[in-house]
Design a protein around this ligand. Structure first.
Ligand code: S3P
Length: 443
């Protein structure tokens, strides 16, 4: 838990609002924005990234490359022009590189920096400093990298340069796009072929974007392979709206009677949309309208109308495809008729917070009967009450408790919400614009 009690602490109060109505465009996809900056920085030529997420996480990644000598212009919000320096054109940062709250930033950078001719130290905030990095250190060490960490494989990470990397064939022990991507990015600098296979296919943005930047790569769901020694060519990237941010509105409109929301341009990569399937199993009314390609990514406008939800056993095969959406699902489950059982989701315990513990504690404060298990939870649905909860500095827990407030008979007070800015700047304004009654207080 970050337990932010400093000057930037933000708390929220969420009360029952109106039926949710309108057309909403949530900010750009976080995963795509991180990767677009990274590959554009390493490409030859100038790339334009439109729809870039102006979140603290992705801005930290852009800052990291600026520290390493990449000229990145921001002609307007949500847009970056990246003057790539080529695969071997980065320069040593003169100070530590701060990844903020971003696990994606730190893990992908670790892979990419393992192949450089200089040393780098990556640091993060209190939450990131507690997140497991051995999962990237270990395979990268097998490739010949040297990465020093704090005891237990925790950040800060010291990534030593001037190492000869060699391709490996690696079977991921846990389904993780971050680990897969770290290995593939190191593979750009490695001699020979790098192969990764996953226990369950995860988001494939790194693979697809490498291809778009002209790097030869073979991939199918669950496996990818590439060889070192090629070049990245600049290309423009259009970032879709982030399904993970849309998720809060999908749940919110489902649970508030009379609601009808349209969420525009949402990325619907199947490796991201497990929540859509889970909500539909629960009885949600969500239509994917106007499906099309936006900058090579599948997007649609999602139309969601209120519908009575019922509890389900969340199919375990959906878990990796909805890994960031569980906090919102917990709230949907608390308001569904009947019991929802979640298992196979132990990874939730090592996200920005222990999301099983934080959501269970918060929902219990709101009168929900919920039992934590090591890899999930059993949630008795029905209703919830007002009360005080702690988001533990976790952006997705904060926004999920804001949704809970929509159905509580008295307000829900939510502590420690400042980190919502890491992934969803402008959430409060957007939410209030379509019917939430969400108020912030900053100390
Ligand atoms: C991400 C992968 C997922 C996800 C995270 C973003 C990415 O993490 O939870 O928010 O952009 O690759 P894991 O790789 O740890 O599953």
């Amino acid at each position: 838990m970050t337990g932010d009690t400093g000057p930037n602490r933000v708390d929220w109060t969420s009360a029952a609002g109106n039926a949710l109505r309108g057309e909403v465009r949530v900010p750009g996809d976080k995963s795509v924005s991180h990767r677009a900056i990274m590959l554009a920085a390493l490409a030859e030529g100038t790339s334009r990234v439109s729809g870039f997420l102006e979140g603290e996480d992705t801005r930290a990644t852009a800052r990291a490359f600026a520290q390493m000598g990449v000229h990145i212009q921001a002609p307007r919000d949500n847009e970056r022009i990246v003057h790539g320096v080529g695969l071997h054109g980065l320069a040593a940062a003169s100070a530590e590189v701060d990844c903020g709250n971003a696990g994606t930033g730190m893990r992908l950078l670790t892979g990419l920096l393992a192949g450089q001719g200089f040393d780098t130290t990556l640091v993060g905030d209190e939450s990131l400093s507690r997140r497991p990095m051995r999962r990237v250190i270990e395979p990268l060490a097998r490739m010949g990298a040297r990465i020093d960490s704090r005891d237990g494989g925790l950040p800060p990470l010291r990534i030593c340069g001037k190492r000869e990397l060699c391709g490996i064939a690696y079977e991921l022990p846990v389904a993780s796009a971050q680990v897969k991507s770290a290995i593939l990015l190191a593979g750009l600098y490695a001699r020979g072929e790098t192969r990764v296979s996953e226990p369950h296919p995860t988001r494939d943005y790194t693979e697809r974007m490498l291809m778009a930047f002209g790097w030869p790569i073979d991939f199918t769901p669950g496996s990818a392979r590439l060889s070192g020694g090629h070049r990245l060519q600049a290309t423009d990237v259009v970032v879709p709206a982030d399904f993970s941010s849309a998720a809060f509105f999908l749940v919110a409109a489902s649970i508030v009677e009379g609601s009808e929301l349209v969420l525009c341009d949402v990325g619907i990569n199947p490796r991201r949309t497990g929540l859509l399937q889970a909500l539909r199993l629960m009885g949600a009314d969500i239509v994917e309208a106007n499906p099309r390609l936006l900058g090579g990514e599948a997007v649609a406008d999602l139309i969601v109308r209120a519908a009575p939800l019922r509890g389900i056993d969340v199919p375990v095969e959906l878990v990796p495809d909805m890994i960031d959406e569980f906090p919102a699902l917990f709230v949907a489950a608390a308001l569904a008729q009947g019991t929802t059982r979640i298992h196979g989701a132990a990874e939730l315990r090592v996200k920005e917070s222990d999301r099983i513990a934080v959501m269970a504690k918060g929902l219990r404060e709101l009168g929900v009967r919920i039992e934590e298990t090591p890899d999930g939870a059993i949630i008795e649905g029905g209703a919830l009450l007002g009360g005080a909860v702690d988001s533990a500095g976790d952006h997705r827990c904060a926004m999920s408790f804001a949704i809970a407030g929509l159905r509580a008979p008295s307000p829900v007070q939510i502590a420690d919400c400042a980190n919502v800015a890491t992934s969803f700047p402008g959430f409060v304004e957007l939410a209030n614009g379509c019917g939430f009654a969400l108020h912030g207080s900053a100390d």
